[in-house]
Design a binder for this molecule. Structure first.
Ligand SMILES: Cc1ncc(COP(=O)(O)O)c(C=O)c1O
Length: 477
């Protein structure tokens, strides 16, 4: 079997754990199936029996398999329920967003010391890049100490803009460094994009569920949000969008079609191509929130929708927050035909972004460390997702449904109908567990019995205990 690679830094038992997990996820091993015997697998893989046992014990700890005395190890019976298809949006109307007060409470929780941080999507913390960035920053300080404390050009540090453009080239698309506007994180990129294409009172189509920060932004700008059905597996549903275009005067769309937050679903490349064709046929700008695109578990990278644009109506927002350093606040925007307006807005609102952070990131990218870091981060996130889903299967009520993310760092849970997400959020926070209540992810607050949990942290006993405790709270709600 080619599964064992003796040249990687992963322990042999971890490789066996990964192999069996993949077989379970792919349905090759089904609930109730017996795993190969220790002796049999050790022979097949040419590794020792204790190594296979260690892998099986780890799988048991993760809640994926159970040992039966005198019999062996078996795939656990309680298979996770997949999320249901989304409720129809046919009767949805553009709605003002009113989520700010609830978001205030979530943010309070996130930043309280000692809180278990399930409420914040912070994937890079699962395998922090701090050491590599530190080295890069020291090199910059050694080479350009004085320059690095000055103002950066308003559009961004040229070396970083070149690195960002180069990454698009590697993906097979052409982006000139001059087109890149460096922003204070992805959030400022979304702000500038929305302000460039729409005004107060305009209708912005969003996926449902959608990232609460995008909704809060729409609220702050006085725009209206219109929900478009989004499928847990396939992402945005084009037929729903087509229908909405017929019924409403949509000014722009804001979609995270490369990887939806909170579903973790990716819209396939062909659909994204059709999406751009549909929107450009109606002259509707698409703001694509692509901050998670580098974090697909299988290493594939969805092509940005911008690659399919003929008319320059696609604006792409990216960020280094999810991949390496949220605190650096460095993102970017490619604004297509809205470039000039975006540049003016950027200068007027925030002048420029931190130069030292930009220089450090540019050095980090140029040295190849960014790519190495991402390659190491993805499997950690995938493993965390599987562990957390398995624990939820063990501790939450049977009816709980859980997303199967293709990447990123969050799980989206549909809890039994009787559960009140707001109440659960408060109870959990009282016990120092931060979560995100589902209501935040829809302008019409349709996800009352849903919850988003982040798995973007180093795994620990504390995380496991908190999932166990949350499960007890859900059962007693
Ligand atoms: C989907 C999505 N878009 C944009 C952002 C904002 O990213 P940044 O931290 O770079 O501002 C986030 C952050 O949580 C996000 O989840």
């Amino acid at each position: 079997m080619s599964t064992i690679d003796r040249n990687t830094s992963n322990y042999l038992y971890q490789q066996v754990t990964g192999f069996i997990s993949d077989q379970i996820l792919a349905g090759v091993l089904r609930p109730g199936d017996r795993l190969p015997s220790l002796r049999h697998l050790s022979k097949r893989l040419s590794i020792s029996v204790p190594t296979v046992r260690q892998a099986y014990v780890e799988l048991e700890r993760q809640g994926r398999v159970e040992s039966r005395p005198q019999s062996g190890f078996y795939v656990r019976q309680q298979a996770r329920n997949a999320l249901m298809k989304p409720a129809s949006c046919r009767n949805c109307k553009p709605a003002p967003v009113r989520c700010r007060s609830l978001i205030d409470r979530v943010y309070e929780g996130i930043h309280t010391p000692g809180v278990v941080p399930f409420g914040i999507a912070n994937p890079s913390m699962a395998k922090p890049a701090a050491k590599g960035l530190n080295r890069a920053m020291k090199r910059i300080m050694g080479r350009a100490e004085e320059r690095s404390i000055g103002y950066a050009p308003s559009d961004g540090e040229p070396a970083l803009r070149r690195q960002i453009a180069y990454r698009y080239l590697e993906l097979g698309g052409r982006v000139e460094p001059d087109e890149v506007v460096v922003t204070n994180g992805g959030q400022e990129a979304l702000t500038l994009a929305l302000m460039a294409v729409a005004e107060k009172g305009d209708v912005i189509a969003v996926e449902t569920p959608t990232y609460h920060g995008a909704l809060e932004l729409i609220e702050s700008l006085g725009m209206l949000a219109l929900e478009i059905e989004t499928c847990p597996e396939e992402g945005l549903m084009l037929c729903s969008l087509q229908d909405a275009i017929r019924r409403h005067d949509i000014k722009a769309c804001l979609f995270a079609s490369s990887l939806n937050n909170p579903l973790g679903s990716a819209t396939p490349d062909e659909h994204r191509q059709e999406l751009v064709a549909l929107l450009e046929a109606h002259d509707i700008p698409l703001i694509e929130d692509d901050v998670y695109g580098d974090l697909m578990f299988d290493g594939s990278r969805p092509s940005p929708a911008r690659f399919y644009s003929d008319k320059g109506l696609v604006l792409t927002a990216g960020s280094f927050s999810k991949t390496v350093a949220p605190g650096y606040r460095v993102g970017w925007l490619l604004a297509g035909r809205f470039e000039q307006r975006v540049r003016t807005l950027k200068r007027a609102f925030s002048c420029s972004c931190g130069l030292l952070q930009q220089m450090t990131l540019s050095e980090y990218l140029a040295s190849g460390e960014y790519d190495r870091h991402i390659r190491a981060l993805r499997p950690v996130l995938k493993c965390n997702a599987e562990r957390m889903a398995a624990l939820i299967g063990q501790h939450f009520p049977q009816e709980t449904r859980v997303s199967r993310p293709q990447g990123g760092s969050v799980l989206w849970l549909e809890l039994p109908r009787t559960v009140d997400g707001g109440r659960l959020f408060d109870r959990a926070l009282e016990e120092n567990i931060s979560t995100c209540p589902g209501m935040l992810y829809s302008p019409t607050r349709r996800y009352r019995n849903f919850m988003r949990l982040s798995f973007g942290h180093p795994w620990s006993d504390e995380i496991e205990a908190a999932i166990h405790r949350l499960g007890q709270m859900v059962r007693s709600d």
